[in-house]
Ligand binder design. Sequence first.
Ligand SMILES: Nc1ncnc2c1ncn2[C@@H]1O[C@H](COP(=O)(O)OP(=O)(O)OP(=O)(O)O)[C@@H](O)[C@H]1O
Ligand SMILES: [Mg+2]
Length: 388
Amino acid sequence: MTHSSLLRSDETLFRDPEVFEFTYLPGEIHHRDAQVRELAFLLRPALRGGSAGSAVLRGPPGTGKTTTVRRIFREVAETTRRVVPAYVNCLHDRTPSAVYRCIFEQVLGHAPPTTGRHLDEIKRGVAARLREHDAALVVCLDDANYLTAAGTFNTLLYQILRLYEKWDVRKAGVFAVTSDLALNLYAEADASVRSVFHPTEINFPPYTRTEIREILADRVRQGLYPRVLPKPLLDRIAAIAAGEQDVRVGIDLVRAACLRAEKDGRRRVSPGDVTAATRAVTAPALRNRAAGLSTGERALLWWIAERSRDGADMASGAIFEAAQEYLPVGKTTYHEHLNALANAGIVDLVPGTGRGREVRLRYDAGDVATACKPRTQPAKSRTDHELP
Ligand SMILES: Nc1ncnc2c1ncn2[C@@H]1O[C@H](COP(=O)(O)OP(=O)(O)OP(=O)(O)O)[C@@H](O)[C@H]1O
Ligand SMILES: [Mg+2]
């Protein structure tokens, strides 16, 4: 029995707190059947003594790319020795030697010796083990955009895909993953790589609000005791996460709201818990986003937040005209600033029916005003706009 079972069950609202950790691998992956089928299809030849196909997995952050691959890799590792999956997190490992050490460790089950080893020896170790089991290697290069940034993408791809030529093993499959939609990983590959890299494109579209709700509901069932989180609050959290286009925000919100209720000794989450948790969860993201803005962009954002708090017309044209008094910028600069705010993920520019677009804040207007407080205040006085 675990320690938590020694505590009285009414002292915690969490049936299993691990369910809300970011490393948690869910038992069931929802709404990714098509992607799972594609990946399984690429692995199938390797199960029959051939080699696995390759793929480029693409989708915005939080769309289940890592989860889907880890899930399939786990299943492969549990069911067969003929396919050996190796998962590489390219944020951590982006040099050829770091990536090969990581592959070595997963193929052989222990770390390679740390000193004085040539890369070739590590590769030889990997190849020897693969030959021994007549196994095919499948490597997932997760967040491969870090490899293109480090200039190691082509070298690595080339080496992994052509491992078989030198070492007499079956050809490896590579699943290259990126959340950078502007990056085309196939186009990044040079000619010598492309001749052996024919990836299937697998897309991970953003989840809808309903899908996010189902994913969260499943997590709640696994991780919380029954009736801790009332349904309307789960709906509200799902809506916020959908607005942020990130399931992770939803998972964090559920956890943070429950912790608040627990701390107060309550057995149910209240609307106030969700409101407070939303602030805490979204504030760091908002601060980071605002930190990257120029002085001019911040000044405009502050002005937009104030207007939104006053309930004024949020059409981009109306904002421009009203801002003239306070922000001496021309129309071109104004639109550049607006686009920068949209790119930073702080506002959405929604096509409207009338003039221009509607400027919609993604965060609470008061929080936005606080996050981008200009050094010198236009218009209103400092104490004035700090009032709730
Ligand atoms: N279909 C799903 N079913 C259950 N949980 C999911 C699903 N999709 C995502 N999640 C959960 O959402 C979180 C984010 O998923 P994941 O890390 O797989 O996203 P990602 O696409 O790899 O994002 P990034 O590009 O930022 O790395 C994880 O906690 C994961 O458990
Ligand atoms: Mg990921």
